[in-house]
Design a protein around this ligand. Sequence first.
Ligand SMILES: Cc1cc2nc3c(=O)[nH]c(=O)nc-3n(C[C@H](O)[C@H](O)[C@H](O)COP(=O)(O)OP(=O)(O)OC[C@H]3O[C@@H](n4cnc5c(N)ncnc54)[C@H](O)[C@@H]3O)c2cc1C
Length: 247
Amino acid sequence: MEYDVIVVGAGLAGLVTTSELIKGGKKVLLLDQESEEFLGGQAWWSFGGLFLVDSPEQRRLGIKDSLELARQDWMGSAGFDREEDEDYWAKQWAEAYLEFAAGEKREWLHSLGVRFFPVVGWAERGGYLAEGHGNSVPRFHIVWGTGPGIVQPFEKAVRDGMEKGLVDYHPRHQVDELLTANGAVIGVQGSILEPSGVKRGESSSRTVVGEFTYNAPAVVVCSGGIGANFDVVRENWPNALETHRKG
Ligand SMILES: Cc1cc2nc3c(=O)[nH]c(=O)nc-3n(C[C@H](O)[C@H](O)[C@H](O)COP(=O)(O)OP(=O)(O)OC[C@H]3O[C@@H](n4cnc5c(N)ncnc54)[C@H](O)[C@@H]3O)c2cc1C
């Protein structure tokens, strides 16, 4: 199969990315080092508390929230104070995510069947003040069904994509390297791990039984905060910044 995109990691980020890509008719290769049992990654274990800004649930509880207030809270927490370039993408991401959370996020999730518990929690409360660290108002919207409830619609979309032949999902495929040419990522290389029968969350075998190489015009790394070791990303970061500077 020729792939439009390779997605590395089948946690929530990988499932959301894959489901959005197949909605656009793209052919996707989804790789994960763990077995199918682990689909959904950390999100399956999570409480499923989602960040929304100025939602109907907040308004019903009398919580006054706005994009401006959320921006103040986030920028206060992040404290982007490194050199202009170093924080550039982090700031862009923060701004885009704030707009998403105050805009289409809830309606989009609702359209996928996600529903929210009517009491909004107040996680990451920080120092209570809007200009300081943390959320100055409750914004933690708990999904009905908690973690598995937020994984479910995206897992279903990906499985539907597999049935339609738009997604190839290869578990036990550990990506070790991003392949590059002329400063651009052109594919991935890695190790096929032996089949594992362990339960979700347990340590699985790292015994390598084969190798793989795949190419695609785009690679999206969704490898989470645990288990990733992409030295090549760090090595190529200066190139990415240089490209950005040149517009
Ligand atoms: C107990 C718990 C409760 C939580 N509660 C909340 C909450 O209420 N609200 C909230 O917003 N967040 C919560 N979180 C955090 C949230 O769940 C995670 O931030 C989120 O699920 C991360 O998703 P991800 O897809 O980015 O990464 P992961 O879920 O970590 O998925 C990454 C995937 O990439 C794979 N992978 C890694 N390296 C490689 C490689 N080299 N090759 C191939 N595959 C690889 C891994 O096997 C994994 O399947 C919670 C987390 C935990 C553990």
